[in-house]
Ligand binder design. Structure first.
Ligand code: NAD
Length: 394
């Protein structure tokens, strides 16, 4: 079939298998261009490995550190007449290239919140690797079926305590408008913490430790976001921010256990980036479009792969200083949070309208990145050509 982008709101319902593979290749090329990362991990488990920061972490571990990788993700497979999701094709692209480079790569497509997937992954580690020395926890999910109770928790992106009014952009249609979001109920807050908080990360680390498959001095890292004040009511102080606080509390507990063996648990605060998760958050895409404009002009713009390569090379490994902040977090959002970047963003923010969106923001760059996530707009791909949609997992 000939595969074209079909954007519906903040998702693209189609994805291009060859374009996704080309996107993965671009990231591999970037990591290789930066050279090997010294003292990096050798056996890595990435939970949430098929898109966004998790995919870039896996690529950095494999192609920057020469690591064997196991990836866990939840994606729709392709079949004869139905497209798979981008993460499905990304994973196939990654696995082909990793194996061609002589690197071990094994994949699990299933619900990472479940006990079954944890058991399967632990079995695979025992069979193939013996242990893992890095666990990246990069899940972003709208829901979680609780493994003990069977209850389905749904996460919401809402303010807490009071309504939040601000401007937002419909990135597809280029319309800037004002929105008001009503505050979350206590149940919605608890549900969001159940999905995006630290409970599942702790369960993974406990299960790995109990099975004896964590290498001594293992590292685990999960990702968070803080961002500028203009987004705090919907992000940092909203339901997702409360879930991130819970993730940080879990981090401290996991660290307490791992550090006895020379290991460490870390939160890395990453930059705001176009991802399938972030495009669903109200207001954030407008902030990202402004941020991209400013950071590209300054020459400090980074995508997922630049962020993750720098996280590994300049914070986590090569004897680098973690440069923890006062709350013990790694900050790889340092370039985003530079005062001059934030001051310029705050100046542009109130001026943006539908009419001047293209001029004052990098909405074009946002859209380009958004489509790239689904394999569209990659150089060297003929988007008019017939393309086989069905790609079995390898
Ligand atoms: P993403 O949507 O690109 O990736 C999410 C991953 O989780 C995918 O691999 C998906 O398959 C997997 N997943 C979802 N539900 C699953 C399930 N039930 N079982 C197994 N796998 C499942 O997200 P992202 O933007 O890369 O976010 C990753 C982390 O980084 C999140 O914790 C997010 O809060 C954080 N973060 C994101 C940004 C940003 O701007 N995008 C910034 C800072 C931090």
């Amino acid at each position: 079939m000939v595969i074209k982008p079909r954007v519906r709101g903040f998702v693209c319902v189609t994805s291009h298998p060859d374009g996704c593979a080309a996107h993965v290749q671009q990231q591999i090329d970037y990591v290789k261009s930066k050279g090997p990362i010294g003292d990096g991990p050798r056996r890595v488990l990435v939970i949430g490995s098929s898109t966004g920061f998790g995919l870039s972490s896996r690529i950095t571990a494999a192609f920057g550190c020469g690591a064997s990788t196991i990836g866990v993700f939840f994606e729709r497979p392709s079949d004869e007449d139905r497209l798979g999701t981008a993460g499905w094709y990304n994973t196939i692209g990654f696995t082909e290239k990793a194996r061609a480079a002589g690197l071990y790569a094994r994949n699990f497509n299933g619900d990472a919140f479940s006990d079954e997937v944890k058991t399967q992954v632990i079995q695979a580690i025992k069979e193939d690797l013996g242990s893992v020395d890095l666990v990246v926890y990069s899940l972003a999910s709208p829901r979680r079926t609780h493994p003990d109770t069977g209850a389905v928790h749904k996460s919401v992106l809402k303010p807490v305590g009071k309504p939040y009014a601000n401007r937002t952009v419909d990135t597809d249609r280029g319309l800037v408008s004002d929105i008001t979001i009503e505050p979350a109920s206590p149940d919605e807050i608890a549900d969001t913490i159940a999905v995006m908080g630290g409970d599942d990360w702790e369960r993974w680390m406990q299960a790995l430790a109990d099975a004896g498959v964590l290498a001594p001095a293992a590292t685990t890292v999960a990702y968070s976001y803080i961002g500028p004040e203009v987004t705090w009511d919907i992000y940092k102080n909203g339901t997702i921010g409360l879930a991130k606080n819970d993730l940080e509390a879990a981090c401290a507990r996991i660290h307490g256990k791992l550090s006895a063996d020379g290991g460490r648990a870390l939160i890395s605060v990453n930059k705001a980036l176009v991802s399938q998760a972030s495009s669903a958050i109200p207001v954030v895409p407008l902030y990202i479009s402004i941020l991209y404009k400013i950071m590209k002009a300054k020459g400090t713009h980074e995508g997922c792969i630049e962020q993750m390569q720098r996280l590994f090379a300049e914070r986590l490994y090569q004897g680098a200083d973690l440069q923890l902040d006062v709350a013990n977090r790694v900050r790889i959002d340092d370039l985003e949070m530079q005062p001059e970047v934030q001051a310029e963003g705050a100046k542009i923010w109130p001026q943006v309208t539908t009419e001047n969106l293209a001029e004052l923001t990098d909405i074009a760059g946002y859209r380009e990145e958004f489509l790239k996530m689904f394999g569209f707009g990659l150089p060297g791909i003929d988007y008019e050509a017939e393309c086989e949609p069905h790609r079995p997992m390898i």
